[in-house]
Ligand binder design. Structure first.
Ligand code: C2E
Ligand code: MG
Ligand code: MG
Length: 643
């Protein structure tokens, strides 16, 4: 079958009530036509236009049909279009009584076929033919041809118009293909911009739009549009232990499971599932009846994700934190509602039991406050407002200062001092614990250098580490960089780590502590006794000192059982060759008690409070017990315990 895309046929319809003229058309457009020498150029033209569609003489092949009246001609065009075998040209006589004239036939033909070239054939210019291009547009597809005509003229015109028709068709096809390609590309780009590549779920941008659409549609309904934002607890742990591919599969599985459980078929409404961030997913639910239904829905989401997953043949049990907010109660704009859900999620993350938090307005104030604090804290670091304060540790045996703890303070521009409990957790949430540590350590190194220069002191200084920092495999690199840069003896630096932080991920911590100890810095366990009761793990770690938490010291006088715990800690520590520091010693009674129990060092307000560097130096200068500070590090067993 010949169709519009087939260029092998040049179909021509000749319409004339003069049968003699029809014969003339057939002769000059037929296969047997013999070109005379004057028309050799025509063969050349046809060869160029039609290539393989010419016969061995180089003449174009035309398939000619004829009609003697306008109406049958219109029918023939209709049929040709229907059969997808359209004509390239219709030659139309202008007057064909008794039927419709050529102009009328041309109008009807044009309505059926927008591409065909129509040639009006006239003996003389008649008035009906005026403005023909306006009567039968478009102007580039309507032509005049005078009769009588020479055979070569007719053939040349036919060849040129068939060639034009094929060119038009090719152009149209190219345009259609281009349009289709543009459409496909647009769809692909749309996918990239609005969908997550890993899970193929809507991304944050799309989720904003989806929620807004839900909100717009919900103006006429009674129910609420709910955002359930969930975060996989400890996803980075799974990612690390299962490898990148395993982590990706887990994310896909979570997405799939949510999509399966919260689809239109199951819910009767159109929920939308999306990926909001690295390990955060969203379920949007329109038209939820009341608070009770919202609660049921959020609990269902939690339950669905906390069912075990099987990845690589292993059962994976996830815990999720969830934040919930909804329209219209928490806002009318989708972004605002998402922000509320994020604030609620943030609250859930901090609670220990992986709870579901439903947004309430007080959180907005807190979120804003936190945002302001974060910005202020960042610039505080940049502007050198984070400083080390120093608190001495006294040797029980010699009564002399044998160590110092550096404690961070944020000195605001107006001179107010912000305690670490107000900014260390913030820095941890912001993920900049390393930066704070680096700032404090550098400050400590500067002060050590100054003390050495001014007073020839060499006292070991302890710097606190945040729990998060043990996950930084390059912690050793960071410590090395700072110490080498500041040219401070590494034996003068101890790092304090709380027992709970250490036990959170002992496997990760072990090699890092090993590297640190090998480099030459000391490792002290802070707030000891508040975490696990087992001491066995200590034996395999390069720890030199235990600091008994001040909560034990504070209650020593009035609790027998407390005293026994401290006694046991000291005894075990001694067996392991560790130094024992009692923290938070405030009274002479407490001092006497910890001394009797066998502590090596004492730190607390009884000796001195933490002080800024200059004040600390003055305090040391004026304090009798610290007169022989020179090389104090060697006075007590800090180094000996380490070696
Ligand atoms: P910590 O390392 O256990 O420090 C001892 C805390 O007890 C200090 O509180 C100190 O001022 C306080 N203290 C010392 N003697 C006494 C006493 O006799 N009585 C009482 N009631 N308190 C005493 P501070 O300076 O507020 O620090 C609190 C915690 O903040 C520190 O506990 C430490 O965990 C953390 N921290 C301080 N500086 C840094 C730092 O640079 N980095 C990190 N990651 N944490 C830090
Ligand atoms: Mg400490
Ligand atoms: Mg402590």
């Amino acid at each position: 079958m010949t169709d519009i895309h087939d260029t092998s046929t040049n179909r021509i319809l000749v319409v004339d009530d003069d049968v003699m003229l029809i014969d003339e058309y057939l002769r000059c457009l037929g296969e047997d036509y013999e070109p005379d020498s004057a028309t050799e150029t025509l063969s050349e033209l046809e060869k160029v236009l039609f290539g393989e569609e010419t016969d061995e003489r180089g003449a174009a092949r035309f398939m000619v049909e004829t009609r003697t009246q306008g109406e049958p001609a219109v029918e023939a065009v209709e049929e040709a279009v229907r059969m997808q075998q359209p004509y390239c040209i219709v030659f139309l006589d202008i007057r064909m009584p008794p039927g419709i004239n050529g102009i009328e036939a041309a109008k009807q033909i044009r309505a059926l076929d927008p591409d065909v070239n129509i040639v009006i054939v006239t003996g003389s210019m008649s008035s009906e033919a005026e403005n023909l291009d306006k009567q039968v547009p478009p102007a580039d597809k309507i032509f005049f041809f005078n009769k009588p005509f020479h055979a070569a003229e007719c053939r040349q015109l036919a060849a040129a118009l068939c060639g034009k028709w094929h060119a038009d068709m090719a152009l149209r096809r190219a345009n259609e293909e281009l349009e289709q390609r543009v459409e496909e590309r647009t769809a692909a780009l749309q996918k990239l911009a609005y969908y997550d590549l890993v899970t193929r779920l809507p991304n944050q941008l799309m989720l904003f739009n989806e929620l807004q659409a839900m909100i717009d549609q919900s103006e006429n309904t009674a129910g609420d549009s709910v955002v359930v934002l969930l975060d996989i607890d400890r996803f980075s742990f799974f990612n690390e232990t299962m490898g990148f591919d395993g982590g990706t599969e887990l994310l896909r599985s979570v997405g799939n499971r949510l999509s399966r459980n919260f689809c239109k078929e199951k819910m009767g409404l159109h929920p939308v599932i999306g990926r909001f961030g690295a390990d955060e997913f969203v379920v949007l639910m329109p038209n939820v009846e009341n608070d009770m239904a919202i609660r049921d829905f959020a609990e269902k989401v939690q339950q669905v994700v906390e069912e075990p997953f099987v990845i690589d043949g292993r059962d994976i049990f996830l815990k999720v934190s969830i934040g919930v907010a909804w329209h219209p109660v928490h806002g009318r704009d989708s972004k605002l509602i998402f922000r509320c859900a994020e604030a609620a999620l943030h609250r859930s993350r901090r609670s220990l039991d992986g709870a579901i938090t439903y947004y309430h307005s007080e959180m907005r104030y807190r979120a804003q406050h936190k945002f302001d604090m974060e910005a202020e804290f960042r610039s505080a670091i940049d502007n050198g407002q984070i400083k080390a304060f120093y608190q001495p540790q006294q040797s029980v045996e010699t009564g002399k200062m044998a160590g110092i703890e550096a404690l961070a303070r944020w000195i605001r521009a107006d001179g107010t001092v912000v305690p670490p409990c107000d900014f260390i957790p913030l820095s941890e949430q912001m993920g900049i614990s390393d930066l704070v540590f680096e700032t404090v350590l550098a400050d400590v190194c500067n002060d050590i250098a100054k003390w050495r220069e001014q007073s020839d002191w060499e006292v070991p200084v302890s710097v606190n580490l945040s729990a998060h920092q043990l996950r930084n495999a390059d912690l050793v690199g960071l410590v090395k960089r700072v110490l080498m840069n500041k040219e401070v003896n590494r034996n003068l630096i101890n790092l304090e780590l709380t027992e709970t932080a250490l036990l959170e991920d002992l496997t990760t911590a072990r090699p890092i502590l090993g590297d640190l100890a090998e480099f030459g810095v000391g490792i002290h366990i802070d707030d000891f006794g508040t975490g696990y009761s087992s001491l066995s793990y200590l034996a395999e770690l390069p720890v030199s000192t235990l600091k008994i938490d001040r909560s034990f010291v504070g209650k020593l006088a009035d609790s027998e059982s407390n005293t026994r715990v401290v006694q046991a800690i000291i005894a075990l520590g001694k067996v392991m060759g560790l130094d024992i520091v009692a923290e938070g010693v405030e009274t002479d009674q407490q001092y006497a008690l910890v001394r009797r129990l066998g502590c090596d060092l004492v730190q607390g307000y009884f000796i001195a409070k933490p002080m800024p560097a200059e004040e600390f130096r003055r305090w040391c200068d004026g304090h009798e017990d610290t007169q022989s500070l020179k090389h104090a590090a060697t006075v007590v067993g800090i180094d000996s315990a380490r070696s």
